[in-house]
Design a protein around this ligand. Structure first.
Ligand SMILES: C[S@@+](CC[C@H](N)C(=O)[O-])C[C@H]1O[C@@H](n2cnc3c(N)ncnc32)[C@H](O)[C@@H]1O
Length: 266
């Protein structure tokens, strides 16, 4: 247990079915593939911290190429799995909110992939972002993805009760629609939501909620930390656009990859 508010999520990530879920897929998401291609041979000079490494989906692509690699996760079961699968690489149990093991400015690339950061509430998210920033070397890259608040109408639609061709499916739709609205009672009044937590059905609701943020506000969070060269890509896109792109505010992909750089001391 972490002692933090999101323990329901942590419990899920320790359970064998969820570990198996993340130990399966091994492909990179499109923006991650772009990042890997752009880093190219420079990855050989890079000390990388892979936060929320899960079953090691990103490990197999980044770790063999990086100068050094450390994968961390607050789920000891995930780390155990990674150690079994990738004995050549280093892993540790650690929480993104307190990267106590890491000295200031000790990594060139800090990655928190596949929306892992969204399991944190607004305050905890800031803790994690500050920690990621702290351990990043000047000139280093901070990369993570986060759910897009502009996608919430699609989530709401997904949980709309529907009469289906069969009774079983209709009852199933009723069940999940009821659970969704029991857990998100006031969501209708919060829409359009700019940033906040939603119970979106992740892991069949075995979660304390998922943080959604509008992409322009996600960019603003990074600017506030002093990060520069901010660029964003929808989860299905290989193209990054600058963080001040006017289309970002309306961008509708389910989640957004954010890449940013810590400035070199002046
Ligand atoms: C959606 S899974 C993604 C796993 C992996 N990165 C992937 O792309 O397949 C999110 C991961 O983040 C981890 N995680 C969530 N909150 C965390 C925290 N505060 N500190 C460290 N890891 C965390 C979870 O245990 C889980 O393994």
């Amino acid at each position: 247990m972490t002692g933090f508010a999101s323990d329901l999520t942590h419990v899920a990530y320790e359970s064998p079915d969820i570990v198996a879920l993340y130990a399966g897929p091994d492909g990179l998401q499109e923006p991650e593939a772009t990042l890997l291609a752009q880093l190219g041979s420079s990855l050989g000079e890079i000390e990388m911290l892979d936060i929320g490494v899960g079953g090691g989906r990103t490990t197999r692509h980044f770790a063999p190429l990086a100068k050094t690699y450390l994968g961390v996760d607050y789920s000891s079961a995930m780390i155990e799995r990674c150690r079994l699968e990738f004995p050549a690489f280093r892993f540790a149990v650690a929480d993104a909110r307190r990267l106590d093991f890491a000295a200031d400015e000790s990594y060139d690339l800090v990655l928190f992939s596949y929306n892992g950061i969204d399991h944190l509430d607004a305050v905890e998210r800031q803790m994690a972002l500050r920690e990621m920033h702290r351990v990043l070397r000047p000139g280093g890259l901070m990369v993570f993805s986060s759910h897009n608040a502009n996608y919430l109408p699609a989530i709401i639609d997904r949980f709309r009760f529907r009469i289906k061709p069969g009774l079983r499916e209709t009852l199933r739709s009723f069940k999940w629609s009821s659970v969704f609205w029991l857990k998100n009672g006031l969501l209708g009044y919060r829409m359009p939501l700019a940033a906040g937590r939603v119970h979106d059905g992740t892991h069949s609701f075995r979660s304390s909620g998922i943080y959604y943020v509008r992409p322009d506000l996600g960019v603003a969070e990074l600017r506030q930390l002093g990060l520069i060269d901010i660029a964003c890509a929808g989860n299905e896109s290989r193209e990054f656009v600058p963080g001040d792109h006017p289309g970002l505010r309306q961008h509708k992909d389910p989640w957004i990859y954010y890449v940013s750089r810590k400035p070199v001391h002046g």
